[in-house]
Design a protein around this ligand. Structure first.
Ligand code: SAH
Length: 653
């Protein structure tokens, strides 16, 4: 085709050869393509190529789609004159412009502000007044303008964003490329009822990815020229003292999330516990969070749960949290926090009370004891069967780490089948009965997961880590289901569990996942807030070795090449830093850098190799909470006299 031919002739030829010749014969569609000048939607230097049979670059790494694929999607969406349509991924605005020539009203959303502005200008210049281009995250749809008769998505996704399905009118069609990077299926999803959708895969296609969040244009971004510490200082919300009235209010921005995960960069820092306590209390008191799920074992946390819900302690209760590292859940922050929760619960109906639950899987013997005591009281026959089944694990209950070795080296019958069967039985019971049997079922899940865990631990590698974090995510999922569809959860766990593993060496080189990543995958990035916590220097409660004594140790100041040092150099003593996608600070904190992880063991002498790992902070967390200087968490034992007995339960020592 000659480049000097006039655009209308080139356009007519495109419609004929690229669209009609491939079988699209709807006159409304062909007419619309004949009207819209594609050369106005590509960069000037490419206007000669505007009618070629393919996509073209439009800046920001994006493309204007091939005309035929736009026609095909419009054809599949089956749109007509009275319709209201949403396009996700406006890009150049071309597809939206074409659609606007067919329907009553089209809204198009584009995540790159620069592209959205250009697209808006083009449709305005062409006088297409029924076409509205907006900058925003199209994965959320456009609830202000819903429902739509059709939604077209110009970018691929692995999973169809739920809001888009929900913003369809009954009878409406959603056309979306679904699949991995190399190839996707163009899927047409039709809403056939309030809660019913039918879907059909039409053809293979290849699209750019749908990406969460928005991207503001560079020229509008302040802070491009600032150093990273200056930018952090500029972008963060400085926080008052933890016990000040406004500290927790800064976290209200996460109130609409389904799951808020609060991390910690050590298991022995007082500020992390105190801050999480006041934030959690606020989320529970004001924002409807009813689940507190922590990195602790189910049977131990159950004691705290009974206490805050005002339920009777079992007779002769064994004090919870007796295993190393005891200070994690027996420290001076917990009693006050649990008392506050108990007071909140006292004024609430049973089903509105907040619960305190354990996600972890170490206390196999505690779980077995809890299951047997539950069955003894409710179903002695089933208790006898359970005793028999768990008998297989008895030799290792006091040292389960030995189990993996025996299960493998001596050819000892593995207990897997028996514990899995027991777990199934109790889960079935929980579904039928609810209440206390739910707790028994969670204990049985713990035993089944722990059996696998200790067996996998013998081999080392990523499998045991993954089993543990899958168990935690599954427990959280069971809790959310158990507490009802509206239930919201706060999770307390180490940064290594809650910070998306895909953004650290764990996921990038070791094939490990964690509860933060699994939560984003299961409930969606928008429903989950992953909030990391960090510090520069001070003291920490930790041991030199596993099972060793707790000591108050001085933490080395953070390394110069770490994220912590950037935060320290901001000169803001306490802050909350929002790392939402598309913000300048998130973009500029997206190069891998060292980050410090202190667990219950701290080895300052070999700190670089024992505690630092590479991570990408802005992908790992949605926000980062900073305390420049921190103190060691005080264990309860040092403060409380020995007061064994049910009065002080669950804190009696
Ligand atoms: N319909 C466009 C095709 C653009 S390519 C045209 O005719 O020119 C897909 C576009 O989707 C890109 O511009 C990309 O930035 C945008 N995109 C990706 N994820 C998005 C999201 N979550 N919300 C809105 N737009 C998104």
């Amino acid at each position: 085709m000659s480049e000097t031919e006039n655009p209308a002739a080139r356009r007519a030829s495109m419609v004929e050869r690229q669209i009609a010749a491939r079988g699209i014969d709807d006159p409304q569609i062909l007419g619309a393509f004949t009207k819209v000048p594609r050369e106005r939607f590509v960069p000037d230097r490419l206007s000669d190529s505007a009618y070629e049979d393919g996509p073209l670059p439009i800046g920001e790494g994006q493309t204007i789609s091939q005309p035929y694929i736009v026609a095909r999607m419009i054809d599949i969406a089956d749109i007509g004159p009275g319709d209201r349509v949403l396009e996700v991924g406006a890009g150049s605005g071309y597809a939206a412009a074409v659609i606007s020539r067919i329907v009553a009203q089209v809204f198009a959303v584009e995540r790159h502000e620069v592209l959205a502005r250009e697209a808006k200008r083009r449709v305005a210049e062409l006088g297409y007044t029924n076409c509205t281009v907006l900058a925003g995250d199209g994965m959320k749809g456009l609830c202000d303008h819903a429902p739509f008769d059709a939604i077209l998505v110009a970018a691929r996704c692995e999973e169809v964003p739920r809001p888009l399905k929900e913003q369809l009118a009954i009878g409406g069609r959603l056309v979306v490329p679904v699949g991995g990077e190399d190839m996707q299926q163009l899927r047409c999803i039709r809403r056939v009822g309030q809660d019913r959708w039918e879907s059909e895969d039409i053809t293979s296609v290849r699209f750019v990815p749908l990406v969460r969040g928005t991207v503001t244009s560079n020229e509008e971004k302040p802070g491009r020229d600032l150093s990273l510490p200056e930018l952090i200082a500029e972008s963060c919300t400085p926080l008052p003292e933890i016990d000040g009235p406004d500290f927790a209010a800064a976290f209200d921005r996460f109130a609409d999330k389904r799951v808020v995960m609060l991390g910690e960069s050590s298991h022995g820092t007082a500020e992390f516990y105190a801050a999480r306590a006041v934030i959690t209390r606020r989320l529970v008191e004001r924002h409807g969070f009813s689940i507190i799920a922590v990195e602790a074992d189910w049977p131990d946390a159950a004691a705290y749960n009974r206490y805050i819900r005002g339920e009777a302690a079992p007779e002769d209760p064994a004090p919870p949290f007796q295993r190393f590292p005891t200070w994690m859940w027996r420290n001076t922050v917990m009693p006050g926090f649990l008392k506050e929760l108990r007071a909140i619960n006292a004024g609430r109906n049973e089903d509105e009370r907040v619960g305190f639950y354990g996600l972890d899987l170490y206390n196999m013997s505690g779980s077995i004891a809890a299951i047997l005591s539950y069955l003894d009281a409710h179903d002695p026959e089933a208790a006898a069967v359970a005793r028999e089944r768990y008998g297989c694990l008895t030799p290792w209950q006091s040292d389960p780490a030995m189990y993996g070795r025996s299960a493998i080296t001596t050819g000892f019958a593995q207990c897997e089948e028996a514990v899995v069967q027991q777990c199934r039985d109790l889960l079935e019971r929980a579904v039928e009965e609810g209440g206390q049997s739910f707790s028994a079922a969670m204990n049985a899940r713990l035993v089944a997961s722990a059996e696998q865990y200790y067996r996998a631990m013998y081999y080392g590698g990523s499998e045991s880590w993954n089993l543990r974090d899958s168990h935690m995510a599954d427990t959280l999922e069971h809790l959310l289901e158990y507490r009802g569809s509206e239930a919201k959860a706060v999770v307390w766990a180490h940064n290594s569990h809650i910070g998306d593993a895909r953004a650290t060496e764990m996921g990038m080189t070791r094939g490990e996942h964690n509860i933060g990543q699994l939560a984003r995958e299961r409930w969606g990035d928008d429903a989950v807030a992953l909030i990391g916590f960090g510090t520069h220097a001070g003291t920490v409660s930790a041991a030199h070795d596993w099972d060793g004594d707790r000591k108050t140790m001085r933490i080395n100041p953070s390394r110069e090449d770490s994220y912590e040092r950037l935060c320290h150099d901001s000169d803001v003593p306490r802050f909350l830093l929002d790392l939402s996608r598309g913000t300048t600070v998130a973009e500029r904190l997206s190069d891998p850098r060292l980050e410090r992880f202190i667990g219950v063991i701290y080895r300052p002498e070999t700190e670089r190799w024992s505690h630092y790992t590479e991570a990408v902070l802005s992908r790992q967390f949605d926000a980062f909470c900073w305390f420049d200087e921190t103190r060691a968490l005080a264990p309860l034992e040092d403060h409380e006299p020995d007061r064994r007995g049910s009065d002080t339960y669950p804190f009696g020592i």
